[in-house]
Structure formats: C-alpha cells, structure tokens
Design a protein around this ligand. Structure first.
Ligand SMILES: Cc1cc2nc3c(=O)[nH]c(=O)nc-3n(C[C@H](O)[C@H](O)[C@H](O)COP(=O)(O)O)c2cc1C
Length: 392
C-alpha cells in the first residue's frame, strides 16, 4: 500500500470504543493473523484486527524483515500493529515506520515463551513498570495524531493487585487502552480470572479489553456482563470459527469458501492456507477425515477434497487464476491462460473446425468435376493441337 492512498471511511479504535458497547477484536497471532485472515474476519463482524507480533529491532534494521512481516492494504483498517520490544527507542522507531499504514501500535507484554523472555520481550515486561511506562511515553511522542493508539497487551501477576497497579501506571504514562489476558505467565489451560479483569476495568478510565477463552458471542456477552470491559479479543476462537463475531456457532461453509477465495487471491502460502482450514474444519470432520485432510500436501488436493466433501463450487475464473498462479513462471501464465480458454471452449472450437472442413470438402467437390472436365478438354485440345500440327 502506498502512503497517502485513499482509505474508505471507518471507525478508528478509540472511536469504536466510544461508539460500540462491546468492540470485537481479532488477537495478534504469530503466523496466523496476517492480511488474508484479517480480511476474512472483517467480513464476519470483527471490528478491529491486530497483526502478528513483529520483533521491532529486526523490523527497523532489515528491509527484508519489513517486507515479510508486515503486509496491508487500504481495506485492512482499523488495524493495530503489535511489536515485541525491550527498549523504548526500538518500539518508537518501528512505530514511525508503520504509522502511516495503521491506526495504532501495541506492545506485547504477555508472551510467556522462554526465548522471548530471554530477549527481554513479552511477559517479563509486566515486572518492569518503569521501563514500559518510558516505552509508552517515547512511542506516544513519535506520532502526532491524537487518535493513533499506543496500547499494551498484558498477562496477570501472581497477585493480580499488582496488575491493577501496573495498569494504572501505564494509563498515567499515556496508554490508549489495555488488553488483559486473564491468566498468569505460568497458566495455560486454567480458567481465565474474570475477577481480575473486572478489577482492572473498574480501576481505569481508558478502555479495557478482555482476552482468554472467548469462543463464541455467548462467551463475549457473558464476559462483558461480568467484567464491564469495553472489548473482547479472541485468538483460538477466531481460528476455529472466523465467523464467530457474526454469531455463528461453528464455521459456516460460506466462510470456508471465502477463505479459499481470499487466500488464493492474495497468494497465501500453502502451509498457512492449509493450517487455517485445519482449524476451521476441525469440528465438522470426523477423526479419520481429519487425519486424511491434515496430510494433504497441495492446493489442488485440498480443493478436490472440499469440492467432493462439501459440494463446494468455485467459478471458472477461480480455477484459471489458481492454475496461472501456481505456474509461477511469468510469460507462461499467458500461454497457460490461452490453453485453458481453448480447453474450456473445446466444443465450440471443434464445431468451427468441422464447419471449415465441410466447407473445404464441398468446395473441392464443386470444383473437381469441372477440373476433370477441363483436364479432359485440355487433353482434347492437346490432341487437336497435335492434330492441327500434324495437318500443317
Ligand atoms: C497461534 C497463536 C499465536 C499467537 N501469537 C501471539 C502474538 O503474536 N502476540 C500476542 O500478544 N499473543 C499471541 N498469542 C496469544 C493470543 O493472542 C491470546 O492472548 C491467547 O491465545 C489467549 O486467547 P484465546 O483464549 O482467545 O486463545 C497467540 C496465540 C496463538 C494461539
């Protein structure tokens, strides 16, 4: 997307929090919450999307990292770009680069993975309130637009009263909103602590978003009711059912079809395309079917499966695009398109060839008697000439 490209009107994050009772958010998900998936969930009632976490120092240093980690388009709004950072300068510099293409940046203060903590990223930051406050301050000062959000996503401290204090300090430092994953860094499948989220919400003036185990709109409404939060954020729930925020209990077929269309149109890598389908179809396939589907290794294999199992139909132009996309050799694409068009119109072409052959045959048939006659006459003339010659 070019800077300054015209974007159709939409509500920015703070406007959403102001105008909607409950803002529905797609979580940052490494490898998953990319442009294609964001386009899909936006079609199904998701108000705000986060990019996957991007490591800020690599992003600043390498143009290659910038191209591979961040892709967007003018329809991809409102958008928050999430960063992993351990220093204010890194987060602020990375923010400067993405600010023209998004509506806010977020700092990951919740990742519990060991590698992240060793680098000073993620959940270890909730134990460094002064550092995070300074990071927010620096980043806030890089963007002049007051509607541009600078937010953080956190986990709970073991004693969540510390999380309430931490959140208050971040609000004072200028955080625009805070997302709380209601578990500590050591908890995985444990129930989400809604009590902690409710306490954080009532201690702050800025919007608070609840995260953890939002798997349906029923969950979203229940969590909203119990905690009073301004928004809900879902990760695994979105992967299993990207249409969740539109009220669907399981992924509707239309949504699967939309994913196939969007993913192939945007050139999504097969692994990502396939993994999303594995999540989406998990509930509708039996164990045996899942085993079979999960080991499919090509786009055509997946499409054949979907067509046979769900009777899904895709348009002709879809297949033309698919084949020419898969043949990655520029130049050959045109040839392949022509071959496909010929193949699709084979009957018409055969009829035309037949008509041409018939016309030629009939013409020959009309010409041949006179030809023979002429040659006979010719013979005669020849003979007559011979005769005349001999007479002379
Ligand atoms: C595949 C996957 C990737 C994730 N990547 C990120 C990430 O990049 N940044 C982040 O803050 N959290 C990340 N998370 C954590 C989620 O955003 C979320 O906090 C967590 O999964 C709990 O929400 P859920 O119960 O809705 O899944 C990821 C989770 C999953 C399942």
């Amino acid at each position: 997307m070019d800077e300054g490209e015209i974007v159709t009107p939409y509500m920015k994050p703070l406007e959403l929090f102001k105008n909607k009772e409950l803002v529905t958010i797609c979580a940052p998900m490494v490898r998953y919450s990319k442009l294609a998936f964001r386009s899909l969930v936006r079609k199904y009632g998701c108000d705000l999307c986060f990019t996957p976490m991007i490591i800020s120092d690599c992003f600043i240093q390498s143009i290659r990292a910038r191209h591979s980690d961040f892709t967007t388009c003018k329809e991809d709004r409102p958008l928050v770009v999430q960063f992993a950072a351990s220093k204010g300068e890194d987060w602020a510099q990375a923010t400067k680069l993405v600010a023209p293409y998004c509506d806010g940046v977020d700092l990951n203060c919740g990742c519990p993975q060991r590698w992240a903590m060793a680098e000073g990223y993620g959940a270890c930051l909730i134990h460094k309130p002064h550092l995070v406050a300074d990071m927010i301050h620096q980043t806030r000062n890089t963007v002049t637009d007051p509607d541009f959000t600078v937010s953080i996503k956190i986990r709970l401290h073991k004693d969540y009263k510390h999380t309430v204090d931490f959140a208050r300090q971040m609000e004072a430092a200028g955080a625009s909103f805070i997302t709380v994953h209601g578990r500590t860094q050591d908890q995985r499948g444990d129930p989400v602590c809604l009590e902690a989220i409710a306490d954080i919400k009532s201690a702050l003036q800025i919007p608070v978003v609840a995260n953890g185990d939002v798997r349906s709109m029923d969950d979203a409404h229940r969590i909203h009711h119990v905690t009073g939060v301004d928004g809900v954020m879902a990760a695994r729930g979105m992967l299993e059912n990207p249409a969740m925020y539109a009220g669907y209990k399981t992924t509707p077929q239309e949504c699967v079809k939309d994913w196939v269309n969007i993913a192939l149109k945007t050139g999504t890598h097969f692994t990502c395309f396939h993994h999303h389908l594995i999540y989406m179809l998990e509930k509708s396939l039996s164990r045996g079917e899942r085993k079979y589907f999960n080991i499919l290794g090509s786009t055509s294999g997946v499409l054949t499966y979907l067509t046979e199992k769900y009777k899904m139909e895709f348009s002709r132009s879809f297949y033309i695009n698919l084949i020419s996309r898969e043949c990655n050799i520029i130049g050959w694409q045109t040839v392949i398109r022509i071959v496909i068009i010929i193949w699709q119109n084979m009957i018409k072409i055969l009829i035309i060839i037949l008509i041409i052959i018939c016309t030629v045959v009939i013409k020959i048939h009309h010409i041949s008697p006179s030809c023979f006659r002429n040659s006979a006459i010719g013979d005669n003339i020849h003979k007559d000439e011979k005769y005349e010659l001999t007479q002379e």
